[in-house]
Design a protein around this ligand. Structure first.
Ligand code: GLN
Ligand code: ZN
Length: 753
C-alpha cells in the first residue's frame, strides 16, 4: 500500500513573490485589505493544489507575516501598547505588532515586537511578549477559518500549529521570569483551540515543537509530560513534530503520552531512527521526515525507499513527509530558466520535494522517478568541477603556518601603528554606503545588458569617488569604497567563485515580506579570477587615506548559501577560505594596507545540539584564520560581526586573531563584548556606537558616552569608532549627519584621555 504523505508546511511567499508584492503595496497604501486578502487566499489555494497529490495538505502554515505572531494573536497575547485587549484583531494592529507601524510613510509609532532567528534557519520570527500574569484567551480564529477554507475547497486538511512549549519557550517575559511558568494557564486555551480545529473538520493536527531539538532539560521535559499526559476528549488526533533535531529523552515520554503520533526529522535524528523502529508503539503513527526541508538537492529515492522499507510493516501507521516545513527552500526548480540545465537537474525545491515524498511512499517502486533521480545523481558525481583532486590534496596538506599570522597580535599592532599612522580612536565604517535608486538602477541596467563592463565600472567609480570625497570631508580615518557593486555580500562572491551558482528565482522568506536568495555551492570552490582587486585598487588611488578592502568571510558565505550535501561543511568552508585567502593576498599586493573579512554569519551557524558546537567552532576558526593569515604583519586584518550575543563564543572570536574587530554593540551597550576581552581577545575593538537599524541620528554626546564605556573595558589604543553595521539601508542625509557626530565624538573623547 501507499504510505500516508504530508508536508509540515509549504513556502507561502508565492512563486513570483506575490505575497511580498501584495504586502508592500498594502503598506504603501496602494491597495486595501480586500486586495491583500484576495492575493493571500489565491496563494493558499494554489499551494494546496500543489500538494494535492499528498494525503494531507498543510493548513495554517500560511501567514501574512509570521506564524509565531499569528499564534500570539490566536491566543490573545497582544501587548497593551498595540491597543486594548479583547477587541477583535485588525490588520492595522497585526502589522503594528510586526513592524511598529501599519503603513509606510507614517513613522513607527510603537516599538514592534522583537524579531529573532528561528532555530538554526535564516527565517526570523516575532517574539511574543508575556507578563508575569498574562491570561490567555481565544482571539483570532485564523487556524479555524483556514481549516474550513481548505476543507470547503475539497482538500484533506492537516492544520500545523506551533506547539505550546515552543511558543512559551521562545516568548519573552518582560519581567525576566521564565515564560514556561504560564503553561498551566495556556494549556486549557490551547486545548480548546485544538477541539475547535476538530469541529472545523481536522482529523489530525500537527503540533510542532522544535524547541525539543535544542533543549531537553528537566523543566522542558516535565512540561512536555504535562502537555500530553491526558487524552483530549473530542479533540483531533495529535501528530507531535520535532523538526531540526532528534527526540532524545522526549521519545519515551511521547511513547507513553496521549499523542497519537510523532513526526521525526530523519535528516537530523539519524541514529535514533533505528530505536524508533524497534520501540515506537505500533498503535501510534510514526511519521518519517525523510525529504530534507533545509536543502535543495534532489533526493536519492531508492536509498530513501530502502531506508523506510524496514518500517513498512506498520502499514497505515507509517507516514512519510518532509523533515521540516518547506518554508526554508525556494518554490520550484521550474522557475530556473537561466540556470545551467545540468545543475538544475540535481535540484529539488518545494514543489519537486512534494513529488519526492510521493515517490518514497509509493507501494510500487516508481521506476521512472527512481531512475531519473539515480541518473541525475550519477551525472552529478561525475560532473567536472564537483571534485578537484588537486585542490583537495593541496588543502589536505596545509601546514600549521597556513593558519597563523607570522607575528603575534601585539607585535602586529606596533608594526601597523607605524605603517598606518592612525590617530587615537580611529574612525571608520563597516563597508557599505547608502544604496540609492541611482545605484540600483545602474546595477539592474547592467544586468539587463543595457551597457557594457566599461560603462558599468565607470558608473561605479563615480559613486565610489563621491563616497570617498564625503568620507574625507567628514574626516574619517579609514575609508571604504562603498560596496555599490554588491546587491548582497554573499551573492556577489557566489557569482564570481567557481563551484557556486546564483539562482534566478530561488527566493526564501527571511521575515515578513523580506526574502533572500541563497547562492548554491555545488562543486569544489576556487577563485578563477581576482574578484575585487581592480576596483579596490582604483578606489585606494583616489585617496591618500588608507582604504579598507572589503571581503565576505568563508563562514558567512557557507552559512548563507545552500551547501552541497556530498562534502562536509568544514571542508567546504576551507575551500572558501582558500579562495578568499588568495584575494586577501592580492589585495595586499595591490597596495591595500587594511582588509576586512566580514563574518556576521559566524555566531548564527552555531548548531542547536550542544555536542555539535565544538566541531563547528573549531572549523569556523580554522577557516577564518586560513583566509586571513597569508599577509604580512604590517597589513591590518579587520573583521565585522553582528546580529548576535557573542558571550558564548568569546574564546573563538578571540582565536580568530584579527587585528581589529567591529561589532554590533550600540543596542546592547558595552556589556555585550566585555566577555571577549576576558576570554583573551588581543584585537582592537570597534564597538558600534551608532545603531544603524533606525534612521535616528544619535547625538555626539551619546556616541562619546558609548566610547567612554568602551574605555572601561579596553585601553584607548585598542578602541575604534564606527557604526554598528553597514549603511546600505540608510539614506545619505542621516548617514552624513551621524558620521559627522561620530567623528566629533572620537575627537571629544580623545581630548579627555
Ligand atoms: N560589509 C558589509 C556591509 O557593510 C557588512 C554587512 C553585515 O554585517 N551584514 O554592508
Ligand atoms: Zn553587520
Amino acid at each position: 500500500m501507499n504510505l500516508t504523505t504530508h508536508v509540515s508546511g509549504y513556502p507561502r511567499i508565492g512563486e513570483d513573490r506575490e505575497l511580498k508584492k501584495a504586502l508592500e503595496a498594502f503598506w504603501r497604501g496602494q491597495h486595501g485589505a480586500a486586495e491583500l486578502d484576495r492575493v493571500a487566499t489565491e496563494l493558499r489555494h494554489r499551494h494546496w493544489q500543489e500538494q494535492a497529490e499528498l494525503d494531507f495538505v498543510a493548513v495554517n502554515d500560511f501567514s501574512l507575516y509570521d506564524s509565531m505572531l499569528d499564534l500570539a494573536c490566536v491566543l490573545g497575547v497582544v501587548p497593551e501598547r498595540f491597543g486594548p485587549s479583547g477587541v477583535p484583531l485588525t490588520l492595522e494592529r497585526y502589522f503594528r505588532m510586526a513592524r511598529g507601524r501599519s503603513r509606510v510613510g507614517g513613522a513607527p509609532d510603537v516599538p514592534a515586537l522583537e524579531m529573532t532567528k528561528w532555530f538554526d534557519t535564516n527565517y526570523h520570527y516575532l517574539v511574543p511578549e508575556l507578563e508575569k500574569d498574562t491570561e490567555f484567551q481565544r482571539g483570532w480564529d485564523k487556524p479555524i477559518r483556514e481549516t474550513r477554507e481548505a476543507i470547503a475547497a475539497g482538500f484533506r486538511a492537516k492544520p500545523v500549529m506551533v506547539g505550546p512549549l515552543t511558543f512559551l519557550a521562545l516568548s519573552k517575559r518582560r519581567d525576566g521570569g521564565d515564560p514556561l511558568e504560564a503553561l498551566g494557564r495556556l494549556l486549557p486555551v490551547y486545548r480548546e483551540l485544538l477541539r475547535d480545529l476538530r469541529r472545523a473538520g481536522a482529523e489530525w493536527v500537527e503540533v510542532s515543537e522544535p524547541i525539543l531539538a535544542e533543549r531537553q532539560d528537566g523543566v522542558l521535559l516535565g512540561a512536555l509530560k504535562t502537555c500530553w499526559s491526558e487524552a483530549l476528549t473530542d479533540g483531533p488526533k495529535i501528530l507531535l513534530a520535532v523538526p531540526f533535531g532528534g527526540l532524545g529523552p522526549a521519545r519515551s515520554i511521547l511513547a507513553t503520552s496521549a499523542v497519537d503520533g510523532v513526526h521525526v526529522d530523519v535528516t537530523r535524528a539519524g541514529a535514533e531512527v533505528d530505536a524508533l523502529r524497534k520501540e515506537w508503539p505500533r498503535h501510534k503513527v510514526l511519521s518519517l521526515g525523510v525529504i530534507d526541508g533545509r536543502q535543495i538537492w534532489r533526493a536519492d529515492l531508492d536509498a530513501l525507499r530502502n531506508r523506510v522499507a524496514g518500517f513498512r510493516d506498520r502499514g497505515n501507521h507509517l507516514w512519510i513527509g518532509s523533515s521540516c516545513s518547506l518554508l526554508h527552500v525556494p518554490h520550484s526548480v521550474d522557475r530556473e530558466k537561466t540556470l545551467d540545465p545540468e545543475l538544475r537537474s540535481w535540484m529539488a525545491f518545494a514543489r519537486e520535494k512534494v513529488a519526492e515524498i510521493g515517490a518514497v511512499a509509493a507501494a510500487e517502486r516508481p521506476v521512472d522517478a527512481c531512475t531519473a533521480a539515480a541518473e541525475a545523481a550519477r551525472r552529478r558525481r561525475q560532473h567536472a568541477g564537483v571534485e578537484d583532486s588537486g585542490l583537495r590534496t593541496e588543502l589536505a596538506n596545509l601546514s600549521a603556518e597556513s593558519f597563523s599570522r607570522s607575528e603575534p597580535v601585539e607585535r602586529r599592532r606596533a608594526l601597523q601603528s607605524e605603517a598606518l599612522g592612525l590617530p587615537l580612536f580611529p574612525t571608520t565604517t563597516i563597508g557599505s554606503f547608502p544604496q540609492t535608486d541611482d545605484i540600483r538602477t545602474l546595477r539592474s541596467r547592467y544586468r539587463r545588458g543595457l551597457f557594457g563592463d566599461a560603462a558599468y565600472e565607470a558608473g561605479l567609480d563615480v559613486a565610489t569617488a563621491e563616497a570617498i570625497r564625503i568620507q574625507e570631508d567628514l574626516g574619517l580615518d579609514v575609508l571604504v569604497h562603498g560596496e555599490f557593486e554588491r546587491t548582497d555580500m554573499v551573492e556577489f562572491f557566489g557569482e564570481l567563485l567557481e563551484g557556486m551558482v546564483v539562482t534566478a528565482q530561488g527566493w526564501v522568506q527571511s521575515y515578513g515580506s523580506r526574502c533572500v536568495k541563497p547562492p548554491v555551492i555545488w562543486g569544489d570552490i576556487f577563485r578563477s579570477q581576482a574578484m575585487t582587486v581592480d576596483r579596490l585598487r582604483r578606489a585606494q588611488a583616489k585617496t591618500s587615506k588608507p582604504l579598507k578592502g572589503m571581503l565576505t568571510g568563508p563562514v558567512t558565505i557557507l552559512q548563507w548559501s545552500f551547501v552541497r550535501d556530498d562534502l562536509s561543511r568544514s571542508q567546504v568552508a576551507l575551500q572558501l577560505a582558500w579562495a578568499i585567502r588568495a584575494e586577501v593576498v592580492d589585495l595586499e599586493r595591490a597596495g591595500l594596507k587594511i582588509i576586512q573579512v566580514d563574518e556576521p554569519g559566524l555566531r548564527e551557524g552555531l548548531p542547536l545540539a550542544p555536542k555539535e558546537r565544538r566541531a563547528y567552532l573549531d572549523g569556523a576558526v580554522r577557516a577564518f584564520r586560513l583566509a586571513t593569515s597569508g599577509v604580512a604583519g604590517t597589513t591590518q586584518i579587520h573583521t565585522h560581526m553582528c546580529y548576535a550575543e557573542f558571550e558564548d563564543v568569546a574564546a573563538e572570536i578571540a582565536a580568530l586573531d584579527a587585528d581589529v574587530i567591529t561589532l554590533e554593540a550600540a543596542r546592547s551597550g558595552s556589556s555585550g563584548w566585555g566577555g571577549l576581552v576576558e576570554a583573551g581577545l588581543g584585537s582592537a575593538v570597534g564597538p558600534g556606537v551608532w545603531d544603524i537599524h533606525s534612521p535616528r541620528v544619535p547625538s555626539v554626546e551619546e556616541m562619546a558616552e558609548a566610547l567612554r564605556q568602551g574605555l572601561k573595558v579596553l585601553p584607548a589604543e585598542r578602541l575604534w569608532v564606527n557604526p554598528d553595521c553597514g549603511l546600505k539601508t540608510r539614506g545619505w542625509e542621516e548617514t552624513r549627519a551621524a558620521l559627522a557626530h561620530l567623528v566629533e565624538a572620537a575627537e571629544r573623547v580623545a581630548a579627555e584621555v
